[in-house]
Design a protein around this ligand. Structure first.
Ligand code: SAM
Ligand code: SF4
Ligand code: SF4
Length: 350
């Protein structure tokens, strides 16, 4: 697994080191490869908005893999060592293996992961992704019973197709497979304990994510959030857990270990205990815009500099973007009185 010391080594070796206005380095780049998805999760791509009239991006507007690699190379020169591929559903994009192979060859990149709903993870696909150099997988699964899961994904897909994807990934030998569950009160909070019980003792780390106010289409309200404390108390009542140390500084999940040796869980406390102070992530949209915060209203379009013949232009633009960054939305969300538009999760991928 990727460790803090590996990132630090790369960062200290990086001649181009850049920090933002709050002294945070750039280490981690999330790359969205598509805005399309085969699910319509009610908290992410509600059918009321993402229906047959919704205009998804035309293919020609997506960055090509060559363009994505150019950006990744430049980001690596600033100290980025981790790349996470996301979407939409990243596995709906063809030939992702080619992109992964290219990323694996970029100097300085030592951690390549993918976030997926796993329904397209056949035995063959899992193996080809692994062979291409993909190291880690985060699989999203929001309930362990079909009725709740279908209510969440809203396309009638049952739990078994995700469990099959996880099994195929296990057989393909990924370095780690984590399962992420977004918890929304009234939608799937009754699944917290059944999910914990299901993954207890399997070696797969289950992580609970507090429902976040990303985007503008999911009708978020603070009353929909089940806090990290509530989640931990609920699990602890049946399967006793104790807190354990983070793997590295800036790890987004708070770690808990089952007292009986059944493994660990994580809770991502983005709402109740924000972690902006250590946030070293930038996000690249499928159309080539860089977002320096998950809750940003707008990004910076890199396409003009990408297509510029001056090879230094992209480098300078990335440096400018990161060095002027001062985002810390989650630490200020309760003080922000003006409601402004925010980018959709399905556009920049979480
Ligand atoms: N389609 C892939 C998947 O679902 O894993 C990748 C993209 S999806 C946008 C990435 C992650 O964001 C998923 O784990 C999803 O559950 C999470 N997510 C989406 N909307 C969210 C919200 N409002 N709050 C918290 N997590 C959210
Ligand atoms: Fe698709 Fe992932 Fe959003 Fe669900 S969370 S709609 S699977 S992009
Ligand atoms: Fe990073 Fe923005 Fe999330 Fe804070 S709110 S942790 S700055 S992405």
């Amino acid at each position: 697994m990727h460790t803090e010391s590996e990132s630090d080594t790369h960062l200290s070796e990086s001649p181009n080191k850049v920090v933002d206005k709050l002294h945070r380095p750039l280490r981690d780049l999330r790359v969205s490869v598509t805005d399309r998805c085969n699910f319509r999760c009610v908290y992410c791509m509600p059918k009321s908005v993402f229906n047959k009239d919704y205009q998804f991006l035309p293919r020609a507007e997506l960055l090509s893999y060559e363009e994505i690699i150019k950006i990744i190379k430049e980001a690596a020169s600033f100290g980025v060592s981790k790349i996470r591929l996301t979407g939409g559903e990243p596995l709906v994009r063809n030939d992702l293996e080619k992109l992964i192979e290219w990323i694996a060859q970029v100097d300085g990149i030592n951690d390549i992961s993918l976030t997926t709903n796993a329904t397209l993870l056949s035995t063959r696909r899992a193996r080809s992704l692994r062979d291409a150099g993909l190291q880690r997988l985060n699989v999203s699964l929001d309930a362990i019973d079909d009725e709740t899961f279908k209510r969440v994904n809203d396309v009638g897909i049952g739990v078994q197709s995700v469990l099959d994807g996880i099994e195929n990934a296990s057989l393909a030998g990924f370095e780690s497979i984590k399962v992420n569950m977004v918890v929304k009160k009234g939608l799937n909070d009754h699944s917290i304990l059944p999910m914990a019980q299901f993954f207890h003792g399997t070696g797969q780390i289950l992580r609970f994510i507090e429902f976040m106010d990303v985007g503008s289409t999911n009708a978020w309200d603070l009353s929909h959030v089940v806090t990290s404390r509530e989640i931990a108390d609920l699990i602890n009542g049946t399967l006793p857990i104790k807190p354990i140390e983070a793997n590295y500084r800036g790890e987004v999940a708070k770690r808990w270990q089952y007292v009986d040796g059944g493994g660990e869980i994580g809770i991502i406390t983005s709402v109740s205990e924000p972690f902006c102070g250590d946030c070293s992530r930038a996000r690249l949209s499928a159309t080539g815009s860089i977002y320096t915060c998950l809750f940003a209203s707008s990004g910076v379009d890199l396409r003009p500099v990408l297509r510029n013949q001056d090879t230094g232009a992209l480098n300078q633009e990335l440096k400018r973007i990161w060095s002027t960054r001062e985002d810390r939305y989650s630490e200020t969300r309760t003080q922000v009185s003006v409601i402004r538009p925010k980018v959709e999760m399905s556009f920049i991928g979480g």
